[in-house]
Ligand binder design. Structure first.
Ligand code: DGL
Length: 359
């Protein structure tokens, strides 16, 4: 009698455990598969004390520790992590971008990968995001995320930013939006976002062109779409490239001369972005060096240091006559990226100008 009761109890227990396991498996099967590619930055940073929010060490915490620090992530996605680099993002270079882009495209080509999160230092986060926006060959969500406080700080913003980014990367509503930046509960398009403050957690802003949505309670809410081409609509392909053309930026200011322009050209720049004052104005002491560079085949893009607005073609300079390109609304640092990729396809300035009005 006792034996029979024990047997029945064990059978009931096993049945319960089986149902529990099946339910958990069904739940996991419903969750999106998101890969987190870690590159370093403050989100992986550590400080000496909990109140150290400047003067900490970036790029010290590994991707698995970042994931384990936010157990809530496991409830919203099946995540895997890869440590692609472990660097402060001021040291991000073209070679890092090519490695990252090829890894992103390889992962997104896999049917069992629904989205990607890239953890990144905030200093050049906008640049990596824009580069990927032009070379990722998938409509699946790619979300770049960082933090302004190290993981050891009081009210660190990294964990919630990472949680939001994973939610966004796994969200069907985020498909086809291009590469996004998720910071401070906001969703920004890679093309228009910039780091606008040296230390505050609301530093990423899309200012006049506007962010594209919010993340609230882990859910994305979109309010507008970007109008410029990106990802699968892009003509740029880095899959067979192991280097990118050398393109630099020369910054304008009162009393500037032509030393920087001449030095950059002498160092082999194939393209030069001029971060002009105002509407991309060319100082008289700099212009001859830019004209000379153009005559040597260097492609010149007139951008502006001011941060907002359109650099008007034939406005502050006769671009038609000088055979210069204008950056439209792209910042100098993003104009550099587009010019670099443009030079992998052409050196024809009319074609390049088309690209600046397309992406
Ligand atoms: N060294 C900076 C970087 O890696 C820290 C800034 C940050 O990540 O927020 O971009």
């Amino acid at each position: 009698m006792l034996h029979q009761s024990f047997t029945r109890a064990m059978a009931a227990l096993f049945a319960f455990l089986f149902l529990l396991a099946s339910a958990a498996q069904a739940q996991t099967a419903k969750l999106p598969n998101v890969t987190i590619l870690a590159t370093g930055g403050t989100i992986a940073g550590t400080g000496a004390t909990s109140t150290t929010t400047v003067g900490y060490t970036a790029a010290t915490v590994g991707v698995q520790a970042l994931i384990q620090a936010v157990p809530e992530i496991a409830k919203v996605a099946n995540v895997s992590g890869e440590q692609v680099f472990q660097i402060a993002s001021e040291n991000m270079g073209n070679e890092h971008w090519l490695i990252l882009a090829k890894r992103v495209n390889a992962l997104l080509a896999q049917p069992n990968v629904d989205g990607i999160v890239i953890t990144h230092g905030t200093d050049t986060l906008e640049e990596t995001a824009y580069f990927l926006n032009l070379v990722v060959k998938s409509r699946k969500p790619v979300v770049v995320v960082g933090s302004m406080r190290p993981s050891t700080a009081l009210s660190a913003d990294g964990p919630i930013n990472l949680y939001n980014a994973v939610n966004l990367a796994g969200s069907p509503q985020a498909v086809g939006k291009g590469v996004m930046v998720a910071m401070n509960d906001q969703i920004h398009a890679a093309r228009d976002v910039t780091k606008a403050n040296t230390t505050t957690t609301d530093t990423f802003r899309s200012t006049e062109l506007g962010m594209i949505g919010y993340i609230q309670g882990g859910k994305p809410f979109f309010y507008r779409d970007v109008t410029r081409k990106h990802t699968v609509e892009s003509e740029f392909d880095v899959s067979k490239l192991d280097a990118l053309p050398q393109v630099d930026v020369a910054y304008a200011y009162a009393n500037v001369g032509d030393v920087a322009v001449k030095a950059l050209v002498a160092a082999g720049a194939r393209g030069l972005v001029h971060a002009g004052v105002g509407n991309g104005s060319l100082p008289a002491k700099t212009k001859p060096a830019l004209v000379a560079a153009r005559s040597q085949g260097v492609v010149i893009v007139r951008s502006a240091r001011v941060g907002q607005g359109i650099v008007a073609r034939n406005g502050e300079a006769n671009d038609d006559q000088l055979d210069f390109v204008v950056s439209d609304t792209l910042s100098p640092q993003k104009a550099r990226i587009l010019l670099m990729l443009a030079l992998t396809k052409t050196s024809n300035t009319k074609d390049i100008q088309r690209m600046f009005y397309t992406y």
